[in-house]
Design a protein around this ligand. Structure first.
Ligand SMILES: [Zn+2]
Length: 257
């Protein structure tokens, strides 16, 4: 946890920076006093998004003290999604963008942290706000305050008995150290493009199967299942196939950038 150190813009005290100057890696966001419009006189609280490196106002405060406290509440670097993908892959490693909540005795009680993929279907009917907005108003999220009981479960990387499988994955489930696990919506999973020597060739997504490893998607079929909606069938190397529902989360391996 970095210190809550504030810097005031040398040209105007209406802009103040938390953690360091704008170009500093320790910079955590700013507060800005609005000079005109509906919010004139109020302070916009603008946490830094570490992924986009942009600041967006997530709430407004009446005083500089309240604005500072609100921004100090936002956890630098954010939080991870809390969905347990399965026992083999552990908890979702993606960054959480929203948090669900409910009301108890007129107070909001936080629910589950969800990434951009899992938020589509998980607790879709629950109240939800951005993680930053929740923290500005309710204080920093701690994992003790949330649904995960005990430690987050990481991918097991359990030994895979290679001779048990006729189809060989591109990457065995106990040997993916060179890649990182992520989540994609089923409809965003890409097949390989191009087969001939003259074609532009791209590799397909590496979809993770429980227990064996990751197979490369060679083609995608859209299947309408009566009563169950749109599904996608990923035909992968070695004849492996994977069926996923529209809007569901599919575990994939990425090369680190
Ligand atoms: Zn997730």
């Amino acid at each position: 946890m970095s210190a809550n150190e504030w810097k005031i813009n040398p040209h105007t005290d209406s802009i103040q920076y938390l953690g360091g100057w704008l170009t500093d890696p320790t910079y955590r966001g700013c507060i800005v006093r609005e000079s005109s419009g509906r919010m004139a006189g109020k302070w916009a609280v603008c946490p830094r998004d570490p992924w986009t490196e942009e600041d967006h106002a997530v709430t407004y405060a009446g005083t500089v003290e309240e604005a500072r406290k609100a921004l100090e509440n936002v956890t630098p670097g954010g939080h991870k999604c809390e969905v347990l993908v399965n026992q083999y892959l552990g908890h979702c490693p993606e960054r959480a963008c929203v948090v669900t909540y409910s009301w108890e005795d007129d107070k909001p009680v936080r629910g589950l942290l969800l990434c951009r993929v899992h938020k589509v279907k998980t607790f879709a009917d629950a109240f939800r706000v951005s993680v930053e907005e929740w923290e500005t108003g309710n204080g920093p999220i701690t994992h003790e305050s949330g649904p995960i009981i005990g430690e987050r479960i990481s991918p097991a990387m359990a030994p895979v008995k290679r001779s048990d499988f006729l189809s060989q994955p591109v990457i065995w489930g106990d040997d993916w150290g060179s890649h990182v696990l992520g989540m994609k919506l089923a409809q965003d999973v890409m097949a390989a493009i191009g087969t001939g020597a003259d074609d532009f060739v791209s590799t397909g997504d590496l979809v993770v199967f429980k227990g064996t490893g990751a197979f490369e998607v060679k083609s995608v079929d859209v299947i309408e299942i009566p009563g169950a909606g749109t599904h996608y069938r990923f035909s992968c190397n070695g004849g492996a196939t994977y069926l996923a529902e529209h809007d569901s989360a599919v575990p994939v391996l990425y090369l680190p950038f």
